[in-house]
Design a protein around this ligand. Structure first.
Ligand SMILES: NC(=O)c1ccc[n+]([C@@H]2O[C@H](COP(=O)([O-])OP(=O)(O)OC[C@H]3O[C@@H](n4cnc5c(N)ncnc54)[C@H](O)[C@@H]3O)[C@@H](O)[C@H]2O)c1
Ligand SMILES: O=C/C=C/C=C(\O)C(=O)O
Length: 484
């Protein structure tokens, strides 16, 4: 059986305790994961601290930038290994992981290497009563050892989205990947060694949340800051843990993202974009659309077209080029998503398509498959319109007026992302300005320029990462005042 080890101080570390990793495709056992206990987390934090006080901390920005670029190249060199590992853990289509997950894993190092070598800080010349004046300038210093707690939906992408800027800023990291997706974070350890990254800069500890590696990292007094992506409830628990020692947190959390489709939109583009935003990664994208508001004149046509699209999706193995939809991440998540499918039916939803478990051939019948699903006929008060499901499903509702749809789109505790589809850019601008979310896409979805601020408002997040915004979290800005 494949063994997945912790990566501590440049070494692959086995432990006595382990847990099983099952394939989402067919529930077969695919790996044994070595679980880090308190001792391993202590060792990882100590290694990270030593690297910070040692060779890594002494490097110039230019030297760090060269290493980060080498990591990006190292990921690309081993592209097929990363692709195989990511698809094995998640079951997602290769066509998706090869276009999004793995290239972004490399890009997340390149972009922050570029940011860090070109970002200026501020300078103020100041008058003083003695006429001699003073100079103020700001310098950025790393925050220290950063705890990185990751989810399972885009494992390499979301982990490197944090590790890239953390390292660019001169920090060291202790990464806790999701227990569902341990492989690519461990593989990145091999790349770190291949490119000559100093030992202890990048550490990986495996395990769960409470009572396991996740808790041990977030409560560790040697961890100076914690960056987290995952569920809102977990983020709140991590914020509590971080309050011991008053340590900063960056939280990217859940969503219940609306799409607003006006009758004057480019219809085909709106369908194509909404298909992706609802079904990509089997609906397991934090930015995914779980509520679609369609202006009444095109409502029936839109529902029909999305239904056709959903029914055209081929469920299958990652390596099959025709596969449009993989399984959910786990049996547990399948149970959760199916509970919403049942709830929708019980609440009287019209099930436009799907709503159950597909017939899968052979051993795939044991996998975490669910049907792509579209509902109509429920209103905004229904749990289907309010709670994050994180599956390949969406509720479509009609609307009649711009003010009305803005109010309804905002009627949620979440505030991550929204897509607006219209050819009227004045309207798009007006609507985007009033949407309570960290991200608004007009006539697109998940179109990412990595220099831009990324994050959620309301219950969807605290803080922004991306481009120079990541520096706010991963560095301490220090003012030096020189009296002349
Ligand atoms: N806003 C974003 O950018 C974004 C991106 C991706 C996913 N998400 C959200 O992530 C969720 C899906 O991911 P998930 O199910 O892996 O999330 P999760 O919150 O269950 O787990 C995330 C990570 O936290 C760890 N963890 C759990 N409890 C912990 C605790 N008490 N202390 C420390 N660590 C703990 C887990 O082991 C895992 O590594 C969805 O809600 C989705 O919306 C948000
Ligand atoms: O599932 C959530 C997707 C998040 C995407 C990013 O964090 C990103 O594109 O940087």
């Amino acid at each position: 059986m494949k063994q997945i080890h912790n990566f501590i101080n440049g070494e692959f570390v086995a432990t006595a305790k382990s847990f099983d990793k099952f394939s989402p495709l067919d529930n077969a056992l695919i790996a044994t994961v070595h679980e880090a206990g308190k001792a391993e987390v202590d060792a990882a934090v100590a290694a990270a601290r030593a690297a910070l006080n040692g060779p890594w901390g002494r490097m110039t920005v230019a030297e760090r930038v060269d290493l980060l670029n080498a990591v990006a190249d190292g990921i690309n060199k081993r592209f097929d290994d990363f692709l195989a590992a990511e698809c094995a853990d998640t079951g997602k289509p290769r066509s998706l992981a090869s276009h999004i997950d793995i290239p972004r894993g490399a890009a997340n190092f390149k972009v922050f290497a570029d940011v860090i070598k070109s970002v200026p800080t501020e300078f103020f010349e100041m008058a003083t009563p003695d006429g001699r004046g003073a100079l103020n300038y700001a310098v950025r210093r790393p925050v220290g050892v950063v705890g990185v707690i990751c989810p399972w939906n885009l494992p390499l992408l979301l982990m490197t989205w944090k590790v890239g800027p953390a390292l660019a800023c001169g920090n060291t990291v202790v990464v806790k990947p999701s227990e569902e997706t341990p492989q690519t974070a461990t593989l990145l350890g091999e790349v770190m060694n291949e490119v000559g990254m100093p030992k202890g800069v990048y550490n990986v500890v495996h395990g769960f949340g409470p009572g396991s590696a996740g808790e041990f990292v977030t409560t560790h007094p040697g961890v100076n800051a914690i960056t987290f992506t995952g569920e809102t409830r977990t983020g709140a628990a991590i914020m509590k843990a971080a309050s011991d020692g008053a340590r900063p947190v960056s939280l990217e959390m859940g969503g219940k993202n609306p799409a607003i489709v006006f009758a004057d939109c480019d219809f085909d583009a709106a369908i194509e974009g909404t298909m992706r935003s609802v079904f990509a990664n089997c609906g397991q994208v934090c930015l995914g659309t779980e509520r679609v508001y369609v202006e009444r004149p095109i409502f029936d046509r839109f529902v029909e077209a999305l239904k056709r699209g959903a029914e055209g999706l081929r469920l299958g193995r990652p390596e099959d080029a025709a596969t449009g939809l993989g399984p959910l991440i786990s049996q547990e998540h399948k149970r959760k998503v199916l509970s919403y499918y049942d709830k929708a039916r019980a609440l009287g939803a019209t099930v436009v398509t799907g709503g159950g478990v597909p017939d899968m051939p052979g051993e795939l019948a044991n996998g975490a498959w669910v049907q792509p699903t579209i509902w109509t006929g429920l209103d905004d008060s229904s749990p289907i319109a309010r709670e994050e499901i994180f599956g390949p499903c969406t509720l479509i509702q009609p609307f009649d007026a711009e003010d009305e749809v803005i109010r309804r789109a905002n009627d949620t505790e979440y505030g991550l992302a929204c897509s607006v589809w219209t050819k009227d850019l004045a309207r798009a601008h007006r609507v985007a300005g009033q949407i309570e979310a960290g991200l608004v896409w007009v006539n697109s979805w998940f179109l990412r320029d990595l220099r831009t601020p990324f994050g959620g408002s309301k219950q969807s997040g605290i803080g922004r990462e991306g481009g120079v915004h990541s520096l706010e979290f991963y560095t301490e800005l220090k003012n030096v005042c020189i009296k002349l």
